[in-house]
Design a protein around this ligand. Structure first.
Ligand code: BDR
Ligand code: CA
Length: 307
């Protein structure tokens, strides 16, 4: 299987992404690292631990940065609930986090398996930026680097900026400038992955996974004004889908620069599809094969389903 390491801030769609990765035999989840984002670090880390236990996973979890590099933290608790899981309280987790900072954990994992691990970032990019600064060789060691973040049209948290980039624009700028080719799965793409009523109907066969987790968290998530009309976009799950099968995506090479100074545009991912090839630093996802995406995700969830 392909090794993946997910840096995350669970988070409702993060929870789906983790289940997706765990449920696919083609992927081997080598670790979860947590960062402050949707909610504070204590919540994101606790959620990662509880989700891992609920899904029956045996995976190391390392806690990372509790605030952005430069700015005050911003939360998305109005989207994900005060505890990050729409108020769902899972049974307490017994397994502790590993005794290492997420930044060291991810550097060590990448160093131990150069060219083998897909690094997926689905929260603010603080941990990844710190890791790039501490050990620049991770840029070569990662098999690929995929983020859920940014947009080439409009934002969600502000008109210009997507939440993960808006939350720590300086970190995002470091990451896009690091010298690897970032695959950017932004809002333009993830808007094509909405848990519509038809999709939700297909979850009905998933037992406790559906009744105790998916149903209540997606009900909560779907009540947000952004999602009421067309259904909630399961953003972070798209990054896992890319690691699983890039053939589900159309991507276009581009230059992406992160705005860190704008009064109204801070956190914008300024995407230049017309840039000369020598300046390209990203593959930007534009089109998702939505039908096959949900088939793959449903199949994964059926492997995770309990009772
Ligand atoms: C991103 O922001 C978070 O709220 C979600 O978990 C996702 O990673 C979408 O903009
Ligand atoms: Ca997230």
């Amino acid at each position: 299987p392909k090794k993946v390491l997910i840096d995350c801030d669970p988070g409702i769609d993060d929870a789906l992404a983790i289940a997706f990765a765990h449920g696919r035999p083609e992927l081997e989840l080598v670790g979860l690292t947590t960062v402050a984002g949707n909610v504070g670090l204590a919540h994101t880390t606790n959620n990662a631990r509880c989700l891992a236990e609920f899904y029956g996973m045996d995976v190391p979890i390392a806690a990372g940065a509790d605030r952005p590099l430069v700015r005050e933290g911003v939360l998305a608790d109005q989207v994900h609930g005060g505890n990050g899981l729409g108020g769902v309280v899972l049974p307490a987790a017994a397994t502790p986090v590993v005794d290492r900072h997420a930044v060291d954990f991810l550097i060590d994992e990448l160093a131990a398996a150069p060219g083998q691990i897909s690094l997926l970032a689905v929260g603010p990019l603080t941990n990844i930026a710190l890791a790039v600064r501490k050990e620049p060789r991770i840029v070569e060691w990662a098999r690929e680097f995929v983020i859920m973040g940014g947009s080439y049209t409009r934002g969600n948290r502000t008109p210009a900026a997507e939440f993960n980039v808006l939350a720590d624009p300086e970190a995002a700028a470091v990451v896009f400038d690091a010298g690897w080719r970032t695959t950017m799965i932004g809002l333009d793409l993830t808007a094509q992955a909405r848990a519509t009523a038809d999709v939700r109907d297909r979850f009905a066969v998933l037992g406790r996974l559906e009744s105790e987790l998916l149903s209540p968290i997606l009900d909560f998530y779907g009540r947000h004004p952004h999602y009421r009309e067309h259904g909630p976009a399961v953003h972070d799950a798209c990054a896992v889908a890319y690691a699983l099968d890039p053939g589900l995506f159309t991507t276009v090479p581009a230059r992406v620069d992160v705005e860190i100074h704008g009064r109204f545009t801070s956190g914008m991912t300024v995407t230049d599809f017309a840039a000369p090839a020598a300046r390209h630093n990203a593959e930007v996802a534009t089109v998702l094969d939505t039908e096959r995406f949900w088939d793959r995700l449903l199949e994964a969830f059926s492997h995770v389903a309990t009772g």
